[in-house]
Design a protein around this ligand. Structure first.
Ligand SMILES: Cc1ncc(COP(=O)(O)O)c(C=O)c1O
Length: 323
């Protein structure tokens, strides 16, 4: 009954694609809600221009640097990223006239490489077995050796959570009239959890629970990180989280399929991980709205075969080659 909802009839009117970032739909998932009084809502960040939540962050990082006078047209921006931030930065840099060099693990899906090249970015590969921490280390080294690079460094830049504090959170608050019992997101840089979490806490106090989905150590889920791997991004303030719940790679994959098959939501694997935790929280509650983030769409994961593999055969997928 979309007519009963208050969303704007279209996503708004904008001067260019960068301005069109944000204002994403909030979609109720009735089939995955375990109880009638508990309403599960998906914040569709996959509906951003390059298909991920990182469009908001990349725009905030670049606009912050512009406001500080830290970059000028033609300059090279350098950033470690497992994919989405790089793709978003690539699109925005191509629009605004900056060069972009991204450092990412060499075992990410080929779709990521194609998307980055498509927007004109240069790619520097870090060893895949070192994961995103390896990309961070290499980028920091490159930046320390060449001062002409500008590195926004989303892991330590307040503009990252700021994009969610000023964008994602107010949109959710507005759509649900401030009635939010729990918010669930994945732990990557921590930007989403910190930005949305801080805003919801300020507006709603302890009435809202902020819940992080964290992958088990040694079980990588693309886009998420285990804090036990030894790197806690500087923007993360763990005291803001009410709960941090581990999720297995298998659950992430199974729930990515469930989102598609039961609700028609075509999402990436970290969203499956987050949805599994959101449903777990829903089972523990008697009533209220639970909001979780759909971080990206499934386009970049198509080559994994995940979406066309029957659930009972998912165990046989080699997730190490495409996460
Ligand atoms: C696919 C995907 N999911 C989840 C996240 C985590 O979001 P955040 O960095 O805001 O913690 C990221 C971040 O890179 C991502 O790319």
């Amino acid at each position: 009954m979309a007519q009963d909802l208050r969303n704007r009839p279209c996503g708004g009117r904008y001067g260019d694609i960068v301005q069109a970032i944000g204002n994403t739909p909030l979609v109720e998932l009735k089939r995955l809600s375990p109880k009638p009084g508990v309403r599960l809502w998906a914040k569709m960040e996959s509906r951003n221009p390059t298909g991920s939540v990182k469009d908001r962050v990349a725009r905030a990082l670049i606009e912050d640097a512009e406001e500080k006078g830290a970059i000028r047209p033609g300059q090279t921006i350098l950033e470690p990223t497992s994919g989405n931030t790089g793709i978003s930065l690539a699109m925005i840099c191509s629009r605004k006239g900056y060069k972009l060099k991204v450092v990412m693990p060499d075992n990410v899906t080929p779709e990521r490489t194609q998307l980055l090249r498509m927007y004109g970015a240069e790619i520097v590969y870090s060893p895949g077995h070192l994961g995103s921490n390896g990309a961070v280390e290499l980028a920091l080294k490159m930046a320390s050796e060449d001062s002409s690079y500008y590195m926004p460094y989303q892991y330590g830049n307040a503009a990252n959570p700021g994009a969610h504090y000023n964008g994602t959170a107010p949109e959710i608050l507005e759509e649900l009239d401030g009635e939010i019992a729990a918010f669930v997101a994945g732990l990557g840089t921590g930007g989403t959890l910190m930005g949305v979490g801080r805003r919801l806490r300020e507006e709603l106090g302890d009435a809202v629970k902020i819940v992080a989905a964290e992958p088990m150590q040694g079980e990588p889920v693309q886009g998420l990180r285990s804090l036990d791997d030894g790197f806690i991004p500087p923007i993360i303030d763990l005291s803001l989280l009410d709960r941090k719940i581990f999720v297995t790679n298998h659950d992430a994959i199974v729930w990515t399929k469930k989102l598609l098959e039961e609700e028609g939501i075509f999402a990436g694997v970290s969203t499956g991980a987050i949805a599994s935790i959101a449903v777990r929280i829903a089972k523990e509650m008697d009533e209220g709205n639970i909001v979780f983030i759909v971080c990206d769409d499934g386009t970049k994961y198509l080559s994994s075969g995940l979406y066309t593999t029957p659930v009972e055969e998912l165990e046989n997928l080699d997730t190490t080659v495409w996460w």
